[in-house]
Design a protein around this ligand. Structure first.
Ligand code: ATP
Length: 217
């Protein structure tokens, strides 16, 4: 990440990939500019938030013109380090892990799941979505040798901390934790926690209590 990114509020930084994906689509369809209202409709973020977010990027939309798509794309590419390949490893090739490997949603972003790990000897040695499944014994060695910086954790919750402690001895900087476990980590590692059950409950809560409200920031 560049220095510019460190000045961007976290909530804004989290929306960057969303903006980036939409702008890439716009660009490939030949569009040169976009208004905050169009963006708002597409990414479902209110236009005041979009204008504030974009002001952090030095992108000031002009009335009646909107934003320059090329300028924004260049900024996002630089900020999101899209020019450099980020190698990701997935640990836990169960139902959820397998879905991620097959889906390979990361392909277009210069971010790639290059390998997966599992304890199950029936899974080790196989490949899913062209990603090889390796034994847990090789975890640290592989992560270091292959310069893996990000881990996706899709193991059962009780296994999460032990794996995190092992990963902490490598060059891994980020963990996307899909387990309900709250992880203890050294300050050199950042964890983003995605608990699908909590997200679903939260969505249902908002639907019930704020049926017409904008998505909270
Ligand atoms: P499945 O039906 O394939 O077991 P699941 O998603 O229901 O999938 P989970 O019990 O959540 O199964 O386990 C997810 C995956 O994590 C499994 O493939 C399992 O072998 C693997 N796993 C379990 N414990 C560990 C561990 N300590 N280290 C690495 N992988 C593990």
């Amino acid at each position: 990440m560049t220095n510019e990114t460190t000045k961007i509020p976290q909530a804004t930084a989290k929306r960057l990939p969303l903006y980036y994906r939409f702008l890439k689509n716009l660009h490939s369809s030949g569009k040169q500019r976009v208004s905050s209202a169009e963006l708002s409709e597409a990414v479902k973020v209110d236009s005041a938030t979009i204008r504030r977010d974009f002001s952090y990027f030095g992108a000031l939309g002009k009335k009646g013109y909107g934003y320059n798509v090329n300028y924004l794309l260049t900024f996002f590419r630089k900020t999101l380090d899209q020019d450099e390949l980020t190698k990701v490893a997935l640990v836990g090739v169960g139902n959820l892990g397998t879905a991620f490997l097959n889906y390979n949603f990361l392909k277009n972003n210069n971010t790639k799941i290059t390998c997966a790990f599992d304890v199950d000897s029936n899974k080790v040695g196989t490949s899913i979505g062209e990603v090889p499944v390796l034994a847990m014994d090789d975890l640290e060695k592989y992560l270091i040798e292959e310069q893996i910086t990000v881990i996706i954790l899709t193991v059962p919750a009780p296994a999460a901390q032990v794996i995190t402690d092992r990963v902490a001895k490598t060059n891994v900087k980020g963990i996307l934790n899909f387990t309900p476990a709250r992880l203890s980590i050294p300050s050199s590692i950042r964890v983003h926690h995605i608990d699908l059950a909590v997200e679903l409950q939260s969505l249902i809560y908002f639907l019930k209590h704020y049926p017409n409200a904008e998505e909270p920031e």
